[in-house]
Structures are given as structure tokens and as C-alpha cells.
Design a protein around this ligand. Structure first.
Ligand code: ATP
Length: 308
């Protein structure tokens, strides 16, 4: 049995690598941890990404045919821009990300979701998922070395590529402080990483995957200021030049998003930049005021955003 272990293990590695886009989802994503009953149409072509532009056109969706999760959502994420979703629990933020990842297909009369003009129902799921990188709230790591956990983003990644990704994800120095550097094992039988460190490993992995489209789910738990800064920098490097759709809980982290959509009860009730929304004095402005009064930290951002 022990003799079989080596070959089986490397077969497993190859299998995992080939199926990377699917396994990524199924194993790593709490956000998207839902059974998928979507099937490709016969002879469906692959998605062809030119710009990575995303468009939701009047999307309606219900999980069970009774409650309504989305009621007429329309928006565009132009090439390379960042769109953030905010709103109270149950407003429909995760549903938007799940639909874009095609965990459910829209039915007749429920609107359309397009990437570079192609209806995502008409293309293969594998090509769609290859084009999308996901950084979930809680990144799950394998019980393996840090190098493996990062390199998983790209089949056959070289050690130099792994290191470059870790640098861009603001994780290289931290990794070098571990006893075996990149060969340090993480997980149950290795060192334990903090939530912020795990997230930076997930960012490094996604940098290696190099997808044109990104889905980000910001961690709800508060991080200390220096970790927060490192993650923000890592995310900046990741979203650079890519179309991104993120769920934000801390409004201070999306001050520079190109567009913020405020969701309430499955509808977009306000949209604009941070500055525009604060000036509107509506739902977003009151959410912002609540977060500012709840913490000292965003208060500093208020002052800086007012100054701009
Ligand atoms: P949170 O910030 O708490 O994650 P959210 O804004 O992401 O909330 P969604 O998870 O998109 O909200 O939920 C939108 C609506 O759909 C809610 O009314 C929710 O109860 C419902 N819903 C979400 N997932 C399912 C599911 N798997 N089955 C049935 N209803 C669901």
C-alpha cells in the first residue's frame, strides 16, 4: 500500500491540476459551496474572453420559486474596472457572485448575464470557470507546503513564479521567516496561519492563475491595521488590470472602487462612487455613518476622503 502511495499521490496531483478550475470551486469556496445542477448545452463553445467585461441584464432569481433573491439587477463591470457590492445580510450579494460563476442558470424571462457579449448559459462551464479567479472569505489550504499551496494556481509553476506571486501578495517576507521557507508545511501537521496569511496565500495562488475576471469576498472579521494594509496592497496588485466584482463588508476598503452597488432586498437601490454615495445622503451614507461611529479607524478614512 505504501508503494502505491507515491504514484497515486502524484496522479492525484495531476488530476487536481487538470481539474483545477472545478476543484478550486468545490474544495475551496465556502461562498460558492452549493451543489451545481447546471449542465452545458450540447456542443457548447468555450467562452472567449477579450476584455473581461461583465454585464447583468435585468436579472431575476429565486432559489426555491417562492422567495425572491434578486429582482431586476442590471449593471456593467467594464474592462478592468472594480465594482463592489454592499448591503445588509440577505440583500443578494452572494447570489450575484454565484450566478456569475454559474452555480445556477437563469430561466426564461429571468434576464441574462453576459461576459464580453456571450451569454454565460451558452458556453462551457469549464471555460467560464477558468476565466474567473475567486478569493473567498475563508481560504482553505491543503495540508502541504506553502509552495504547493501557491503553485496550485498554475500547473507546472516554477519556484521563481511562486516566489514572484508571493511577493506581489505581500507574503514573501513572512514565508521567509518560517523555519523551512517555502517548504514549510501548513495545516493540521504543519504551522497554523492566521486568517490574513491564508488570504494572502489565496491571493498569491490567484495571481498565478492569472484570470481576467475576479470575484472577491471580503472577510467579515476585523484584522489588525498592518495585516489589513498588507491585504489591501495584495488585493490592489491582484485587481490591477482585471475586472472585479467584490462583496464588501467594511466600507472603508472600497473607497476606491470604480462603482459601488448598494443592494437591498434583491434590488440595486443606489449606485455610484464612494464620494457620490456619501454625498447622496441615502442608504450608503447612513451605513457609512454607522461604521464610522463604530470604529476609530474608518473615521480617518472619512477625513481623507473628504479632503480629496
Ligand atoms: P450575506 O451578507 O449574509 O452573505 P447576501 O447579501 O450575500 O447576504 P444572499 O446569500 O445572496 O445574500 O441571499 C439572498 C436571498 O436568497 C436571501 O433571502 C437568502 O435567504 C436567500 N438564499 C440564499 N441562499 C439560498 C439557498 N441556497 N436556498 C434558498 N434561499 C437562499
Amino acid at each position: 500500500l505504501a508503494q502505491l502511495y507515491g504514484p497515486l499521490n502524484s496522479l492525484g496531483y495531476i488530476y487536481r491540476s487538470i481539474n483545477q478550475s472545478l476543484v478550486d470551486t468545490e474544495k475551496l469556496l465556502k461562498l460558492l459551496a452549493e451543489p451545481s445542477d447546471v449542465t452545458d448545452k450540447p456542443n457548447a463553445p468555450d467562452l472567449i474572453v477579450t476584455d473581461g467585461e461583465i454585464e447583468f441584464q435585468d436579472v431575476h432569481f429565486s432559489y426555491d420559486g417562492r422567495g425572491t433573491a434578486l429582482r431586476g439587477i442590471s449593471f456593467k463591470v467594464p474592462k478592468g474596472s472594480s465594482v463592489a457590492l454592499v448591503g445588509e445580510s440577505g440583500a443578494g450579494k452572494s447570489t450575484i457572485l454565484r450566478l456569475l460563476y454559474r452555480f445556477y442558470d437563469l430561466g426564461e424571462g429571468e434576464g441574462r448575464i453576459l461576459i464580453d457579449g456571450q451569454d454565460i448559459r451558452d458556453v462551457t462551464q469549464s471555460s467560464l470557470r477558468k476565466a474567473i479567479g475567486v478569493v473567498p472569505q475563508d481560504s482553505v489550504l491543503f495540508n502541504a507546503s506553502i509552495a504547493y499551496n501557491i503553485g496550485y494556481g498554475k500547473f507546472g509553476a516554477s519556484p521563481d513564479e511562486v516566489e514572484a506571486a508571493a511577493m506581489s501578495a505581500q507574503m514573501h517576507d513572512r514565508i521567509m521567516s518560517f523555519p523551512d521557507g517555502y517548504e514549510t508545511k501548513v495545516g493540521e501537521r504543519g504551522i497554523r496561519l492566521s486568517g490574513g496569511e491564508k488570504q494572502r496565500i489565496a491571493i498569491a495562488r490567484t495571481l498565478l492563475k492569472n484570470p481576467p475576471i475576479l470575484l472577491l469576498d471580503e472577510a467579515t472579521s476585523a484584522l489588525d491595521t498592518s495585516t489589513e494594509k498588507d491585504i489591501q496592497k495584495a488585493l490592489q496588485n491582484l485587481v490591477q488590470g482585471r475586472s472585479s466584482l467584490s462583496i464588501a463588508h467594511r466600507l472603508s476598503t472600497i473607497a476606491s472602487a470604480d462603482l459601488i452597488l448598494v443592494l437591498q432586498n434583491g434590488q440595486v437601490v443606489e449606485q455610484g462612487t464612494h464620494k457620490e454615495l456619501v454625498a447622496q445622503d441615502g442608504v450608503f451614507a447612513s451605513m457609512w455613518a454607522d461604521q464610522v461611529s463604530a470604529s476609530e479607524e474608518p473615521a480617518a478614512s472619512v477625513r481623507s476622503s473628504v479632503k480629496k
